[in-house]
Design a protein around this ligand. Structure first.
Ligand code: SF4
Length: 387
């Protein structure tokens, strides 16, 4: 990319990298929420159905819809990162947009500090945007290509700091760029988006979000479109900012391995529903739901003996006509008759760790299937002889 500079390359590699271990230890030490902590932002039984184009009902029928998100509850806490993991089309980005109030809900509630939010337009929407900032996957698509970085940031500063003028605005922009480690700021402010690398531009989009001084970041696949070499720097920057500002963060990703590294809590989404939740360490190291196990087993890991034995067990279902019962049952090697008809309830696996799966019911058939599952997972995750 033509605009790559030495200073910026340093920023992309991430000066936060050196602090990563300290950050990880801090997160581990801080590992549980204090009793009585209240969520900053919540989805409460949130459902979103999109009408299908041309899907008008036949006489007496109902209109066809895409079940993008169905009955999802999720809480975000101050100073804490929650990962929302799933494959493409699982509904995770839609949920982030529902929390940002970009779509109206079909049912359920979004709550900010315990109060129901209905802020689709006008002053209420602007207030919500000030508190809850979305960071998008593709930084190139989220900037005006003919506006300089200074112009883009000036707009954000004018919007969120209307009382500031002239030098005060420039001082705020300099401070924002310093916070995201693009220094000296003047080296970047006169550039245009195409003159910056993907990593630099994602840092600028984070600076734009910071201009609002938000309480919540909704980061939708913030590093997926970036080179692998610069992802860690961006994730460490997001973590540092979350900790310093005691902000809440939703980290939307398809990469369950990064969820373990980056987030305190993880929720796994499949076909519009959350199927497993808990501390990231528990969800990734003792995955309980067969779909979470599949995600983990599908991630490349040369140290695992069974990595190459993961079977292709089909594609996600149509969300226009999702399977009855457990939506994963057509792909699940452990499916029982009840899985085809009854929606699984949530079973507690360990403290704070829960899975919606009939394997954890207390009856002989479920116990036998659970034992099969435990054996297969142990074989898959065993280290290779050489490791
Ligand atoms: Fe498999 Fe049944 Fe569990 Fe669904 S509820 S993941 S089909 S065992």
């Amino acid at each position: 990319m033509s605009g790559e500079t030495t200073a910026a390359a340093t920023a992309d590699e991430g000066p936060e990298d050196a602090a990563a271990d300290a950050g990880a230890q801090g997160a581990a030490a801080n590992g549980g929420r204090a009793a009585g902590d209240r969520p900053v932002l919540e989805a409460v039984h949130v459902t979103k159905h999109f009408p299908v184009r041309g899907g008008l009902p036949r006489r007496g029928g109902t209109r066809r819809v895409v079940h993008a998100v169905d009955d999802v509850s999720l809480s975000l806490y101050a100073g804490r990162i929650t990962a929302l993991v799933g494959e493409s089309g699982s509904g995770k980005s839609t949920l982030a947009r529902l929390l940002a109030q970009l779509y109206p809900l079909t049912s359920g509630e979004v709550r900010l500090h315990g109060k129901r939010v209905q802020a689709m337009r006008g002053k209420a929407f602007r207030e919500h945007v000030r508190t809850v900032q979305l960071i998008l996957q593709d930084p190139f698509a989220s900037f005006n290509p003919v506006a300089s970085i200074a112009g883009t940031l000036k707009r954000a500063v004018a919007l969120h700091h209307p009382g500031k003028r002239g030098r005060e605005r420039i001082a705020i922009i300099d401070d924002l760029l310093t916070q995201i480690n693009l220094t000296p700021p003047r080296q970047f402010t006169e550039k245009f988006p195409h003159e910056l690398s993907g990593g630099q531009l994602q840092r600028i989009s984070i600076a734009r979000a910071l201009a609002a001084d938000p309480e919540v970041f909704l980061a939708d696949e913030p590093v997926s479109s970036l080179d692998v070499s610069i992802r860690l720097g961006i994730l460490n920057l997001l973590r540092r900012l979350t900790e310093e500002r005691n902000a809440a963060m939703l980290y939307v990703t398809h990469d369950i391995a990064s969820a373990r590294y980056f987030a305190a809590d993880t929720a796994v989404m499949y076909a519009g529903q959350v199927v497993e939740t808990g501390p990231s360490e528990a969800v990734t190291q003792q995955a309980a739901h067969p779909y979470t196990q599949l995600l983990i087993a599908s991630a490349p890991d040369p140290s695992r003996a069974g990595g190459d034995r993961v079977r292709d067990i089909g594609q996600p279902p149509s969300l226009i006509d999702p399977p009855a019962g457990c939506r994963f049952h057509p792909r699940c090697p452990y499916a029982m008759e009840r899985c085809k008809t009854d929606v699984p309830k949530s079973f507690e696996i360990s403290a704070g760790h829960a899975a919606k799966c009939w394997l954890y019911a207390d009856d002989p058939e479920a116990r036998a299937k659970r034992a099969d599952n435990a054996q297969i997972v142990a074989d898959l995750t065993a280290p290779t002889a050489s490791s």
